[in-house]
Every structure is written in C-alpha cells, then in structure tokens.
Design a protein around this ligand. Structure first.
Ligand code: SF4
Ligand code: SF4
Ligand code: SF4
Length: 314
C-alpha cells in the first residue's frame, strides 16, 4: 500500500519543490509507492474547507510530512504545528527549513526596523503605516528554522537540496528506516583543486574580478579559491550539493562556495571555524566586509544572526 505523504511550503520560494520534480526518471519509480494526500504547491487547497466554512485547519494525516521554508509569521507556525501533529516523520527540506536560509538574514534587524525601512519609509511603494495591523498574519519575533518550533526527524539541506538526497531519504523511509542524514564532511573534502595550505599573496579580494583558472584545464589544475584570496566557505560547509557526483557545484563553475548546505555538523559555529580556516592559510578574516552576514548567509536561524545593538544617536 502506498505511503501517505503531506507536503507544505512556508517561508519558501518553491525551489525545493522544483528539486523534487528534478528527481526526473527516478520519480516515476517512486510515485507508485507514494500517495500525496496534501501538497498545496501543486493542488489547490483551502485550509478551512473549500468554502471557508470549517472551524479548524484541515491537513490530512500522513506517514511522512515534508516541509520547505522557515517560519516567518504566525500562519507558518500554525501550519507547521499542524503538520507535526498530523504526520509521523517530519522532513525539513532545504536550507530555509533546516537553518532559516536566505530569508533569515532579516534576523540581523528588529522587526520594527524592517517595517520602518521597507514599509513606512519605502521610496518605491505606497507606505504602509504598520504591516502588523494589516489583514495579514503577524510576524514571528524572528525568522526561524523548523526545529526551533517543532521536532524535526530528518533534515535534507541545500538551496536547493540535490534530488539525489531526496530520493535517498525517501527510499530509506520506504525501507522502514526512520532516520537519514548526509555524512559529516566538508565541501573541501569533495573538491579536487590544488591546495598548498597558504594564500597566494595574503590579500582578501571581493568578487569584482574573476577567480584565476585556465578554461582548457580541469579543476585539478586550478588553485584553491580561498588560497587565491576569494572567500570560499567550503571548509565549513556540508558536502553534498552535487549529489552523488561529488564535485561542488559552485567550484565547478569556478566561483566560491557560499555555504548553501549549511554547517557540517549540528552545533558548529561556521563563522568562528571559517575565521580559523582563513587564518591557517595566512588570510586576515577582519578584512572581509560584512563577514557576519556573509559567513552566516544561509543559517540565520538558531540564533546565528541576532540584531546588532542599537547605535547611539549622534
Ligand atoms: S532552501 Fe533555497 S530553494 Fe529551498 S525554499 Fe529556501 S531559498 Fe528556495
Ligand atoms: S576552499 Fe573552496 S576551492 Fe578551496 S578546496 Fe575548499 S571548496 Fe575547494
Ligand atoms: S558549492 Fe557551496 S554554495 Fe555552491 S552549491 Fe555547493 S554547497 Fe552550495
């Protein structure tokens, strides 16, 4: 009998759902085993009945729940809590769900600061005096990863996650396992470039110029991007973005890793570790502009990015 699956998207862009579709041919093999009983991104869904006449939210029970996106407002929180109640195994799919993702950059600011900057003083749209009073769900105090709100059983990180890992995790569940995770190794562990453990000239550059490489040569003939002086978050980022084929996707395109797969292990402090990795090759982390935001780019949940203290008025 097919396994019932419920899927939800919260503070999400749908890129994670595209990754499910990108499974390709293997999806045809999986679909007879799965019964999608709830998936609003594909099927019209009214939470309170088609006519809005139900008193409580309607999410059907399922064995597996998949949730993409983090929690940014009270509606997301309510939907997530309902998904947790109605499903036996909850999967956080993608880095927004796992760590807050790109939207959690907002955690560097208080909500009031954002409202003022983006709504009340917006130079490009009609002003909205206080979006919290409008007829929309209220914001939560910060943009959260799912496990800051409910228990999560399986995390498939990535922005977007690679289809190989979605297949692997779902196959593990169909085989009766209740957990799955990527091995704890870094993007650097899967990167074939030349490393000499020291930077080329000790300077940290912004990506206003290209990484040096010979287009006629393979990656194994290119010098490590970090050692070239461009900030590459490979040392502190979980490997897996290229799926089972290995070589990190951004490095394949001769650009630095930006950290989209998140930390190598739970509880890691990527910013501290990255500063150590830079120092070890002779680069001064203090010369990186906006290093707090850049090194925590995908992981603003879990308290990794907190509002900066208010500056005294001049
Ligand atoms: S993890 Fe990336 S692809 Fe997935 S919802 Fe977030 S921004 Fe979109
Ligand atoms: S720092 Fe970047 S380029 Fe260097 S080995 Fe790691 S992933 Fe590859
Ligand atoms: S190289 Fe880094 S930023 Fe690029 S896809 Fe892989 S994990 Fe994500």
């Amino acid at each position: 009998m097919p396994v019932k699956v419920a899927e939800e998207w919260l503070n999400a862009c749908a890129g994670c759902e595209i990754s499910i579709l990108n499974i390709g041919d293997a999806l045809l093999g999986l679909l007879p085993e799965l019964d999608f009983v709830h998936i609003p991104v594909l099927i019209d869904k009214k939470y309170y009945g088609q006519l809005g006449d139900q008193k409580s939210m309607e999410i059907p029970e399922a064995v597996v729940g998949i949730v993409t996106g983090g929690v940014r407002n009270e509606e997301h929180k309510h939907v997530l809590e309902e998904m947790r109640k109605k499903t036996q195994i909850l999967i956080a799919l993608g880095s927004c769900a796992a760590y807050g993702g790109i939207p959690s950059h907002a955690n560097m600011f208080q909500n009031e600061e954002i409202f003022t900057k983006v709504f009340r003083e917006s130079p490009s749209t009609d002003a909205a005096p206080d979006p919290q009073h409008a007829n929309v769900p209220r914001w939560t105090d910060s943009c959260k990863a799912l496990d800051e709100v409910v228990k999560v059983d399986i995390t498939i990180p990535g922005c977007p996650p690679h289809p190989d890992w979605i297949v692997e995790a779902i196959t593990a569940l169909l085989e009766g396992k209740t957990s799955w995770s990527l091995p704890e190794r870094s993007v650097c562990d899967t990167c074939p470039v030349i490393r000499e453990e020291k930077s080329v000239d000790g300077s940290v550059k912004r990506l206003f110029e290209n990484v040096e490489f010979d287009p006629e040569q393979g990656l194994d003939k290119m010098r490590c991007i970090n050692e070239q002086g461009f900030l590459c978050l490979g040392p502190v980022t979980l490997a897996g973005c290229a799926g089972k084929s290995g070589t990190p996707r951004c490095v394949q395109a001769r650009t630095p890793c930006r950290g989209c797969f998140g930390p190598i292990r739970k509880g890691a402090r990527p910013m501290v570790d990255m500063m150590g990795a830079m120092t070890s090759v002779g680069l001064d982390p203090k010369t990186v502009v906006d290093r707090r935001a850049i090194m925590n780019r995908y992981i603003g949940g879990h308290g990794n990015l907190r509002p900066l203290p208010a500056r005294p008025a001049r």
